[in-house]
Write a new protein. Structure first.
Lengths: 133, 312
C-alpha cells in the first residue's frame, strides 16, 4: 500500500469532498452515525471513522475497507448527523474511487443464478447501481 | 388532478400481489387509477456522487413521459421508485448543470429513435411533475376518513406492526413525507382500516435492502431483529409498503428459523392487501399464495369477522 505525502492526502480529502458533495470538514466525531447504522457491526471501519479518515485524506485505507460494501444506503446516518453530512454519499464516493484503483469488488459473477432469478427486480437494479463498476 | 399510476418493474415481477391489490382496493373505494402507458424503469436508486449522473436519465425520461401523456402527477407504491423520482425532481429543479445534461442527452436520444417516423421533439423536463406515494394519495385524494367509513372497523382486533423501512422516509429534507424519526402516516392509514396499530420500535429501521443479495448474513440479522421486536409485541402481522422489505422479511424466515431457534414465524402483509381485505375483498384475491410465511389462516379469520354490509 503506497504512502501518500501530506499534499497528496490533502488532495485526496478535497477529491472526496467534491465527489460526494459532502462537507466532511464539519464532522465533529459525535458518533451518531455509527450508533444508528444497522450494519456497523459488520464493518471494519465505523461510519464516523470513514469520515475522519476522509478528512485526513487516507484514501488508500478507505478504498480497501469492507465497510463501504456493507452500506445499505438507508440514510440513517444522514438523518442523524448534526452537521448534515451524508455518510452514505461519502461511502459511494469511496466505492467509485475504489472501482478505478482496485480489481473488481462486485460484478455479474458475484451472485448466483438462483439468487438473480429469485430476487425482486428493485434489489438487483439498486445493488448493481450501488456496488458494480 | 389527473394522476398517473406507476407500478414499476418489481410490481410486475416479484411483487404482483402489491400491484393487483392496489388496483383492486382503488376499485373497491369507487375510484380509479390509470396506469401510465409504456412506462420505463425508474432506475431504483439515486446517484449520490457528482460523476454518476447518468443514473438520473431513467427518472427524467419516465417523468417527462408522464407529463407528455397528460398527467399532472405520478403516484407509486414502491418506496424505491418514490424516493428516486421525488429526489430526481429536486435535482433537476435545483442543479442547472445536471438539468441541462439530462435534457440534452434525452433530446438527442429522442432524435435517434426512429428516422422514418420521427417522434415529436423533446420538451425539456425541469422537475415539474409531482411524485406521490400511494399513502399520500390515499390520505389527500381519497381521504383517510372516507376509507375509515368504507371499512367500518373491519380489522378491529387485528394487531399490526407498521414497517416503514428506509426509502419512504429518508433523506427527510428531500422526501418530506413525514418526520423521519417519528412518522405517523402509515399508522394513520392503518387506524383508518380499524386495525389495532402497535407502537413498533423497529418501524423505521432498515430491513437490509439489497444486502440480502450481496451480504445475506448481515441482512438476515437485521431482518430477524425487526421481526423479533414484532413478535415480542404480540403482533399478528407486520405490514409493509416495499417489495424489498417484503422479500427480506418474508422469504428469509425459514433461514431465520435455522439460525435463531427461538424465532417463530410472523406473516408479512402489504398495506394494500390489508386495505382490500378491510374493504371486503375475498382472501383468494389477495395473492397470498406467493408468501413464504402463509398468512391464509390469519386472513381468513379476519375476513370472516368482517360485518356483512362491508363485503363486496
Amino acid at each position: 500500500m503506497e504512502i501518500l505525502s501530506p499534499i497528496e492526502r490533502r488532495e485526496a480529502a478535497r477529491r472526496l469532498t467534491e465527489l460526494s458533495k459532502q462537507n466532511i470538514a464539519l464532522c465533529l466525531q459525535c458518533g451518531k452515525c455509527t450508533s444508528g447504522c444497522p450494519f456497523a457491526v459488520d464493518m471494519d471501519l465505523m461510519p464516523h471513522q470513514l469520515v475522519h479518515l476522509a478528512q485526513l485524506g487516507a484514501i488508500a485505507e478507505l478504498i480497501r475497507c469492507e465497510s463501504i460494501w456493507y452500506c445499505a444506503t438507508c440514510f440513517t446516518c444522514e438523518s442523524r448527523c448534526p452537521v448534515e453530512i451524508d455518510i452514505a454519499a461519502l461511502a459511494e464516493a469511496i466505492r467509485l474511487i475504489a472501482h478505478g484503483e482496485l480489481d473488481e469488488r462486485f460484478g455479474p459473477d458475484s451472485i448466483s443464478d438462483e439468487v438473480a432469478r429469485n430476487a425482486p427486480q428493485q434489489a438487483l437494479v439498486s445493488l448493481y447501481r450501488k456496488f458494480a463498476k | 388532478m389527473k394522476v398517473g399510476y406507476y407500478p414499476g418493474c418489481t410490481l410486475k415481477g416479484k411483487a404482483k400481489s402489491l400491484d393487483e391489490t392496489t388496483r383492486h382496493a382503488v376499485e373497491l373505494l369507487g375510484s380509479s387509477l390509470t396506469e401510465i402507458e409504456d412506462w420505463t424503469c425508474c432506475g431504483a436508486t439515486t446517484p449520490l456522487s457528482e460523476t454518476r449522473i447518468a443514473n438520473l436519465i431513467a427518472q427524467t425520461r419516465l417523468l417527462a413521459k408522464t407529463r407528455d401523456a397528460g398527467y399532472d402527477a405520478i403516484v407509486t407504491t414502491c418506496p424505491f421508485c418514490f424516493s428516486t423520482l421525488r429526489r430526481a425532481n429536486l435535482t433537476l429543479q435545483n442543479d442547472e448543470i445536471k438539468r441541462k445534461r439530462m435534457n440534452t442527452y434525452l433530446a438527442e436520444d429522442r432524435r435517434l429513435r426512429d428516422y422514418e417516423d420521427p417522434p415529436p421533439d423533446w420538451i425539456d423536463y425541469e422537475g415539474e411533475t409531482p411524485v406521490l406515494h400511494m399513502l399520500e394519495w390515499f390520505r389527500d385524494t381519497i381521504g383517510f376518513e372516507y376509507i375509515a367509513r368504507s371499512c367500518g372497523k373491519s380489522l378491529s382486533g387485528l394487531k399490526v406492526a407498521p414497517f416503514y423501512g428506509c426509502q419512504l422516509l429518508r433523506p427527510a429534507d428531500e422526501l418530506a413525507l413525514c418526520d423521519p424519526e417519528d412518522p405517523h402516516i402509515f399508522e394513520d392509514f392503518l387506524n383508518a382500516l380499524g386495525a389495532d396499530v402497535l407502537n413498533f420500535p423497529a418501524r423505521i429501521d432498515c430491513c437490509g435492502s439489497y444486502l440480502s443479495v450481496a451480504r445475506p448474513q448481515a441482512a438476515l440479522r437485521a431482518g430477524h431483529r425487526i421481526l423479533e421486536a414484532a413478535n415480542k409485541l404480540g403482533a399478528d402481522a407486520v405490514v409493509v409498503t416495499c417489495p424489498l422489505c417484503f422479500y427480506n422479511l418474508d422469504e428469509f424466515q425459514p433461514k431465520m428459523q435455522e439460525q435463531y431457534p427461538e424465532f417463530h414465524n410472523i406473516p408479512i402483509l402489504y398495506f394494500t392487501q390489508l386495505l382490500a381485505l378491510a374493504l371486503g375483498a375475498s382472501p383468494d384475491t389477495l395473492g397470498l399464495e406467493s408468501h413464504t410465511v402463509d398468512p391464509t389462516e390469519l386472513v381468513r379469520r379476519v375476513h370472516e369477522s368482517i360485518p356483512r354490509e362491508v363485503t363486496a
